[in-house]
Design a protein around this ligand. Structure first.
Ligand code: DAH
Length: 349
């Protein structure tokens, strides 16, 4: 047993004297002493030869030796782990400010248009698009606005080509997305349930309240037994989803050549909550859309039997909805590309 004690003493000295220069050497130390074929295990195996009456005493000595070797290993390991961190902290200063990542944001009109589209999609509407350069028929004629119809004056038009410029039809920049309704009725049979988002153009002097281009979302629903009640409920659902459950609506009789009867819809002013402000011109109400039951003539223009089918249509300005949602009071801001304005809007859609 003397020789075992001697051996342990020598091992301890060797372990204490061991110094590693790098992590590899620490690993070698582990294999030599603590590995499955290492010296600590071998020494522990000597317990077999210790007489029973000395087992308790030797058990303690051997155990202490094992802990000694493990502690040294831990020390060496910490030393190199520390060194690795030190090396990193020399080359990198985590307190330096980061490189800014410029993240763009969606345009407020895009955000609002997407939200409008998603609300109508939930009601089963699908999206239809059409050209911004239109012929006279799709923009006016088919929508029950023949040439010389006085209601053409409601929309100051940018003409691209008139008959007097040469042969062929009149070409213009569409004044409303009702032209897309015309294209849908031309190509689809009822039931039809579409919304038509898009840019439209009018020959207006640019000011805070008017612009030569803006955006509309138009809707069209044609089927058997579609009634004015369907129109009202659809639009009521829309404003509640868009502006919240507290919003109130009212319909006023109006006139559009493509609908009969026609109505404009107002919502209670969200900015002053009905108390009266500049936006609602102190009436407590803001007009947000035009609507009505599709005029039988319009249906017949596309070969849709107006005795069998009825439909409703509506059209609204995205800028107006955005103005109410975000309280933007100058239409020009939308197209000036001023980042200070644009970066204020956030949204997921
Ligand atoms: N096209 C109209 C405009 O631009 C808006 C409108 C009113 C569209 C009534 C419709 C409608 O579809 O039914 O002023």
């Amino acid at each position: 047993m003397e020789s075992l004690l001697q051996q342990i003493k020598e091992h301890k000295a060797a372990i204490a004297a061991f110094d590693a220069n790098n992590a590899d050497e620490v690993e070698q130390f582990r294999i030599k002493w603590l590995g499955t074929k290492g010296l600590v295990k071998a020494i522990m195996g000597e317990m077999r030869n210790v007489p029973n009456e000395q087992k308790k005493e030797f058990g303690q000595i051997l155990n202490e030796f094992k802990l000694f070797a493990e502690a040294r290993f831990q020390e060496l390991q910490d030393q190199f782990a520390g060194a690795a961190t030190a090396a990193v902290s020399h080359s990198q200063d985590f307190s330096l400010p980061g490189d800014p990542v410029a993240v763009g944001s969606r345009h407020p009109l895009t955000l609002v248009r997407n939200e409008m589209v998603s609300i109508f999609k939930r009601l089963g509407f699908s999206v239809a698009e059409g050209p911004e350069i239109e012929d006279d028929w799709h923009n006016f004629g088919a929508m029950n606005l023949p040439e010389d119809h006085p209601a053409r004056d409601m929309q100051d038009t940018f003409y691209i080509k008139k008959p007097e410029d040469g042969n062929g039809p009149t070409w213009l920049l569409r004044t409303h997305t009702s032209s897309v309704q015309a294209r849908v009725m031309e190509n689809q049979k009822p039931p039809i349930r579409v919304i038509c988002p898009g840019r439209v153009y009018r020959n207006e002097t640019v000011s805070a309240r008017a612009h030569c281009f803006f955006h509309q979302v138009e809707g069209l629903y044609i089927d058997e037994n579609v009634s004015f009640a369907d129109l009202k409920q659809t639009l009521y659902f829309f404003v509640q989803e868009m502006f919240g459950k507290d919003v109130k609506v009212r319909f006023r009789p109006s006139y559009f050549p493509f609908t009969e009867p026609s109505a404009e819809m107002d919502i209670s002013c969200l900015i002053c909550e009905g108390k009266g402000c500049n936006i609602c011109k102190h009436t407590g109400w803001v007009e947000i859309l035009g609507s009505g039951m599709v005029h039988p003539k319009v249906l017949e223009n596309f070969g849709i039997d107006s005795n069998k089918y009825t439909g409703f249509a509506f059209g609204m300005g995205v800028e107006r909805i955005t103005q109410l949602k975000y309280q933007v009071n100058d239409l020009r801001l939308y197209s000036q590309n001023d980042v200070r304005f644009l970066k204020q809007f956030t949204g997921v859609v």
